[in-house]
Design a protein around this ligand. Structure first.
Ligand SMILES: [Zn+2]
Length: 206
């Protein structure tokens, strides 16, 4: 049996906001509450009964980067999917020059192709693309100058997110779509995981 352990930081930076994380919290009025996110107070509370400690952090990313566009159900799906992907892979989020050779997303394995010569599909002018078996990053230049490695890594995080959405059949709820953009959300995920070292706090134990 695989057990995924998510340790929580005491503080978390989400965009410009600074959150305090309280864990474990006992919610007296409703013992089934797994956690609460209070954007206006910069406060995240997580119950000791929570099976998904980062769920509230993803509410924070949604609020700060995407105007609180996502439904509860979508936040739950996205946070669980990211936790699996972080637990089962080494994404080298803190090292913009390093990439995994392949990424396991749910039951699927995607090869990571840097440079686009062996990518099965068209990539054109864009920096990243994916199909059902590959994540591809183009080594892009403009006016003879290479793109900044952090910018390229943010595109890896985005194309990874696109593959996560496809693998887990996640859809932004119809009411949310007008304010919602997956690229902006994935920029938020990259910033939050990078600045708070969250990748180190999620581990799968076999
Ligand atoms: Zn929630």
């Amino acid at each position: 049996m695989v057990v995924i352990v998510v340790k929580l930081p005491k503080k978390v930076k989400i965009g410009f906001m600074r959150y305090n994380v309280e864990y474990p919290v006992v919610f007296e009025d409703d013992s089934t509450t797994a956690g609460l996110h209070f954007g206006v107070f910069g406060s995240i509370q997580v119950s000791k009964i929570s099976s998904n400690g980062l769920h509230e952090v993803f509410h924070g990313i949604d609020l700060i980067f995407c105007c609180d566009a996502l439904s509860e159900n979508t936040v739950e799906k996205i946070s669980k999917a990211w936790i699996q992907v972080i637990a089962d892979n080494d994404l080298f989020i803190k090292d913009e020059n390093k990439y995994p050779k392949e990424v396991k997303i749910g039951p699927f394995k995607y090869a990571v192709s840097i440079g686009h010569n062996d990518f099965k599909g068209t990539i054109g002018d864009v920096v990243s693309a994916h199909n059902s078996e590959q994540l591809c990053l183009k080594v892009a230049t403009r006016n003879g100058k290479e793109f900044h490695p952090i910018y390229v890594k943010s595109n890896f995080m985005h194309v990874l997110f696109c593959a996560i959405i496809a693998s887990y059949s996640i859809e932004a709820h119809a009411d949310d779509v007008k304010n919602f953009n997956w690229k902006i959300f994935s920029n938020g995920v990259y910033q939050v995981f990078f600045e708070n070292n969250l990748e180190e706090l999620i581990k799968a134990h076999f």
